[in-house]
Design a protein around this ligand. Sequence first.
Ligand SMILES: Nc1ncnc2c1ncn2[C@@H]1O[C@H](COP(=O)(O)OP(=O)(O)OP(=O)(O)O)[C@@H](O)[C@H]1O
Ligand SMILES: [Mg+2]
Length: 428
Amino acid sequence: MRLAVLTGPDAGRTYPLFPGSHRIGSSESADIVLPDRAVSRQHLILEVSEDGVRAVDPGSRNGSYCEGMRFSELQVRPGAVLTLGTTELKLVPEGEKSRAMPLSSRHSFGGLVGNSRRMREVFTLLERLAAGESDVLIQGETGTGKELCAEAIHAHSPRSKGPFVIADLAGIAPSLLESELFGHVKGAFTGANSDRAGAFERAHGGTLFLDEVGELPLEVQPRLLRALERRQVKRVGANDYRTVNVRVVAATHQDLEGAVKAGRFRGDLFHRLAVLRVVLPPLREHLEDIPLLIDTVLSRLGRPPSALSDQTRALLAQYPWPGNVRELRNVVDRVVNLGEEALPDIPDVPAHGRPMASDDDENTVPMALDLPFKEAKERLIEGFERDYLRTLLERCEGNVSRASREAGIDRVYLRKLLRKHGLDTSSS
Ligand SMILES: Nc1ncnc2c1ncn2[C@@H]1O[C@H](COP(=O)(O)OP(=O)(O)OP(=O)(O)O)[C@@H](O)[C@H]1O
Ligand SMILES: [Mg+2]
């Protein structure tokens, strides 16, 4: 592990972090001296051990921050950026290039917005890779903007005039997956009444977005690998391969490396998909973007920034956002329509696994009528899905397999829906 100085008077310097204690401050006697007038003489202590790095602020005047949040004691994640005064320090894992990704001057890329360091690093990467032809893998928790990111890559690529086709692999019954992706010929199976092109063929000349690629069953993975390697697909029931000109952008909220280790995902397919990788940070790691995100959500709802009071904004800045930007959007939307009663409770404990929606949002359904049609419809459907799933789960006592039988929907798809609404209590 090394400590790289990203900004401030000493920008560009790096320090090795050996096990033990490192005192950081502006004092000449500190182990790591930062000649920054906004840094206290004894500003921060880093305790480096086998278990990782612990940062302790012994009471600096201006405080220590990690990704927008002030801390007095913190277990620091590798790659995290700490801010002391005007100096930003990055904890660089060994083996990683110490040069930080240059920061884009952008505050948005397509529909994604952000002015934090984390998001601007992502924008730099997106600017570079959008222009190319390589396939891309987007990773990130639910609601971090993976779909928005895929759309933006397409829109900024030389293929932007071509089609953008979405194949949601979690929403397709396993028996239909091959036909969805590769197409079928008439009579290939019961119900195949005519020839049909699959997603690959439909995306010819453009971009194919394979959403939730981690859900792809092992049996289908070799065929996807072949399609990626040869850029050729064979419709189910056909004998010949057709050549397609497609750029594939895949996304998953899953830990795919973990799935590879566990034997649920083929390593060769993973490496083929992850030629270029974009990791979208969870919102709790770029809380400083919340004001901009709130304004963006408000303007997308056709509301002025004044639609939310400073007090409400301050409350929203304290919430841990387990459902990331999607949850922020939903909360802002509810608060604007229903008032502050619709604010989520600020939990004392991290809110993972907690249902995202509170009980008072039943009212969102009738409110939707004054929104643009697409959003109103989306909201109505979301409200319906949530109510339906809650009742279903109650009836089935939380048993997902039973719930999937009772509702007549595929289990993988049900899980996806539960996750979307924060109702999935099992670990995934
Ligand atoms: N950085 C961002 N700037 C603006 N809006 C964002 C950003 N990130 C996410 N959103 C918004 O949050 C919502 C969820 O985004 P999106 O559907 O792309 O997430 P996702 O990562 O695909 O989630 P899931 O894994 O649940 O499918 C959308 O309304 C999107 O517009
Ligand atoms: Mg998505």
